[in-house]
Design a protein around this ligand. Structure first.
Ligand code: MG
Length: 303
């Protein structure tokens, strides 16, 4: 089963009042209006063997990643985390000390980002460890940034360096870009934003689909992580590996000029990698000027 087609099926059947749900399925978080205020909500899970390997990485790393992935979705909306609830399926025979380690992992970033665990459910079963988190957030002072706001002519920028995160432990140790997103929203007015979980080419596709635009990506401008230079095709790794949890965003070209001139965001580098164009094509412009289709080589979780 393709994850994307199932999500599309759910989206086509979803039925809600836009006055109550201003942003429904299809962004990093949904927005629900409650008592005159907007509340952001999303859920994300990590599974042993899929998102981490318990025997190799340990329970604390699994808990940390569950919280980090959810906080990354809050960052993608330029939101402020409020609280989370966790639903955990423990393998039978899971030790109490491992369970405590997993909880310590959940707490590590929760404490750092002001996102307490306020409830949940713990069960035990004869299969692998699964941790599902539901996170609540509120819009930052400048409001939410959606995937759908990109306009033709916008610059496309990305934080950090990309590629080979899964082949190293970076997918377990990354810092969600909540603080950087807040600075971006306050100073530079990003029009559209998404966090990089599936890989630049796939996630840029999501942003373009939501905005009804195309993109030209300049291959030499893509920031390739040093870990990816060890791979046979470093650029393909940066475009397609996924699990980077960096921010991909668009903004007016003059704002991008200012952002790049201002230097790193709180120590995190920012690269300008391309331009939003009319139409639907996503094109990779190579160093020699050749234009090729930006292949969506990221993870499709085809299981
Ligand atoms: Mg996301």
């Amino acid at each position: 089963m393709k994850e994307a087609s199932f999500i599309e099926h759910i989206r086509s059947l979803s039925n809600f009042d836009p006055a109550v749900v201003p942003v429904g399925p299809g962004d990093d978080m949904a927005v629900v209006r409650c008592g005159g205020q907007d509340l952001l909500v999303a859920a994300d899970q990590v599974l042993d063997g899929m998102h981490f390997r318990l025997a190799e990485h340990g329970a604390r790393a699994a808990g940390r990643k569950a919280m980090a992935r959810n906080l990354s979705d809050v960052a993608a909306m330029a939101g402020e985390p409020l609280a989370a609830v966790a639903t955990v399926a423990l393998p039978s025979g899971f030790s109490e000390s491992d369970a405590r380690q997993m909880y310590a992992g959940l707490r590590e970033l929760g404490d750092a980002f002001g996102c307490p665990l306020v409830g949940g459910d713990v069960g035990s079963w004869g299969a692998a460890l699964a941790i599902s988190l539901t996170i609540l957030a509120r819009p930052g002072p400048c409001g939410v940034v959606l995937r759908s706001g990109a306009r033709v002519g916008d610059a496309i920028c990305v934080t950090g360096e990309l590629g080979a995160a899964w082949q190293t432990t970076r997918h377990l140790t990354f810092t969600p870009r909540v603080a950087e997103a807040r600075i971006l929203a306050a100073r530079y007015g990003p029009r559209a934003m998404i966090d990089l979980s599936d890989g630049l080419s796939v996630d840029l596709g999501h942003l373009c689909d939501a905005s009804g635009v195309g993109a030209d990506v300049c291959a030499p401008a893509v920031p390739v992580h040093p870990d990816a230079w060890k791979r046979p095709d470093p650029l393909a790794a940066a475009l397609g590996d996924g699990e980077d949890y960096e921010l991909l965003f668009t903004l007016p070209p003059a704002e991008a000029d200012r952002l790049i001139a201002d230097g790193p965001l709180d120590g995190v580098p920012v690269a300008r990698i391309g331009t939003i164009v009319a139409g639907a094509a996503r094109t990779l412009v190579l160093a020699d000027g050749r234009r090729v289709e930006l292949a969506t080589t990221g993870w499709q979780h085809d299981t």
